[in-house]
Write a protein that binds this ligand. Structure first.
Ligand code: GAR
Length: 194
C-alpha cells in the first residue's frame, strides 16, 4: 500500500523478481491517484487500485472499501510502503496481524506523518527506520526490526530522509522476504521471525 514516490515499492519489486526471495507483490493499493508509486507498479505489470477518501461519505466507508480493495488481491501480508493514512476497525478486523509498516524514525520516538522532521527538531544525533506490525495506534505496534542512521550536523529533513530511505528499503525488503520464507510470530510486543 502506497501514498507517495514508491521507492520502497520499487525495492520490493526488484527483490520479487528472484524466485528465491519467497514473496511476490500481488497488487498495489493507494489512497491517492496520480502518484509515482502507482506508475512504478504499472510499469512492473502489477495490478493497482485507488481508494481515495474524498470519494466516500465518511472514514468508516473508506476503511471498508480499502479493506475490500486489498481483499481482491488475496494477499498473505499487507505491506505499508509509505502509506500515510490510518486504518479503522473494519480494516484491522480483516487484516490485523498481517500488516507491516515502515516508518522513518526509531520508534517509539517520533511516530506520525513527520518522523524525520520531528526527530531533527528534537535534536537527536541518531535516528533511523523501524518496521512494525500495525495495530490500532499511530505507529505503536510491536517492533519487527530497526536500523540506526546517524544525523549529520548539516542535515535537513530532505537529506536525512534520503539517507534513511537507503537503509529503510533494504530493511523492508529483508523483513518481508523473511516473513514470507520463515514466518512471523507475534506474542504481545515480542516479534519473532522464523
Ligand atoms: C518512507 O520513508 C516511509 O517510511 C514513510 O514514507 C516514505 C515513503 O517513501 N512513511 C511514513 O512516514 C509513515 N508514517 P516511498 O514512497 O519513496 O517508498
Amino acid at each position: 500500500m502506497v501514498s507517495g514516490t514508491g521507492s520502497n515499492l520499487r525495492a520490493l519489486l526488484e527483490a520479487h523478481d528472484d524466485p528465491a526471495y519467497g514473496a511476490r507483490v500481488v497488487g498495489v493499493v493507494s489512497d491517492r491517484p496520480g502518484i509515482r508509486a502507482l506508475e512504478i507498479a504499472r510499469e512492473a505489470g502489477i495490478p493497482t487500485a485507488v481508494v481515495a477518501l474524498r470519494d466516500f461519505e465518511d472514514r468508516a466507508a473508506w476503511d471498508r472499501a480499502t479493506a475490500e480493495a486489498v481483499g481482491v488481491f488475496a494477499p498473505d501480508l499487507v505491506v505499508l510502503a509509505g502509506f500515510m493514512k490510518l486504518f479503522g476497525p473494519d480494516f484491522l478486523a480483516r487484516w490485523g496481524g498481517r500488516i507491516v509498516n515502515t516508518h522513518p524514525a526509531l520508534l517509539p520516538s517520533f511516530p506520525g506523518a513527520h518522523g524525520v522532521r520531528d526527530a531533527l527538531a528534537y535534536g537527536v544525533k541518531v535516528s533511523g527506520c523501524t518496521v512494525i506490525v500495525v495495530d490500532e495506534g499511530v505507529d505503536s505496534g510491536p517492533i519487527v526490526a530497526q536500523v540506526a542512521v546517524p544525523v549529520e550536523a548539516d542535515d535537513d529533513e530532505e537529506s536525512l530522509h534520503e539517507r534513511i530511505k537507503l537503509v529503510e528499503r533494504a530493511l523492508l525488503v529483508d523483513v518481508v522476504g523473511r516473513i514470507a520464507r520463515e514466518g512471523m510470530t507475534v506474542d504481545g510486543r515480542q516479534v519473532r521471525l522464523g
